[in-house]
Design a protein around this ligand. Sequence first.
Ligand code: HPA
Length: 278
Amino acid sequence: MKKEYIKKDTATSGEAWQVRIAIIGGSGVYDPGILTNLQEESVETPYGKVTVKVGTYRGEEICFMNRHGQKHSLPPHKVNYRANVWALKMLGVERVIATAAVGSTNPEFKPGEFVLVDDFLDFTKTRVYTFFEGGEMGVVHTDFTEPYCPELRRILAETAAEEGIKAHSGGVYACTEGPRFETPAEIRMIRQLGGDLVGMTNVPEVVLAHELGLCYSLIAMVTNMAAGIAETTLTHEEVLEVMAQNGKKLRSLIMEAIPRIPQERNCRCWQTPGKLNI
Ligand code: HPA
């Protein structure tokens, strides 16, 4: 599967992409000026077509994916997570740096700060959570002892420290169904159960990436204190505003971390028991 995805306009030469690293995020993370040889690629997957931007950065082919679609038109519960993650695998991706806006239930994690997530709780209700649908795909129970790649988390934490960017290493992401924000009672429950952050997109994205043995890391950007902790009501505009204010910091954290990612994977993500072998 890897290295087989032929570049657009090179059908005769058969030149293949070798996109090792992918960045998943919204438009705030993507800066077309960063990549050279920029191309838009439409990848056909068994779950639908996905369009990504691929290009070269410091000699390395990388890819940008907007999880909500090119025009940011899909709400969290309608995102085609399986197509997105499968498309990355088809491009040859091994490492994923994902970003997401979150509310905080933890007084130590404040708006404008980043959290390098190390575990999750799932409160979603209506999504497709797996590639293992029985039949040809089999009945498989994948190990989730280490859902997020510890090597990528360490690299991101070291980069943040050197760049003077506030990033907490470790935090539990609680995924809610949305698209509404949570009630204060839901936030109290999540806090009591060990959730530090709330967001609407990381499940099943992290689950599917782990099922394929990808190294997956999440940089959560705290945009607000969660409902009932915040002194005001929550608005999507407020979330977008804080994301815009911190977009530059987020981009430099990611782009400075990428050259530090070694070719060899020194973690266990690629040999996760019960991963899908494609
Ligand atoms: N809840 C859920 N998702 C979010 C929040 C929140 O408070 N802030 C940003 N995304």
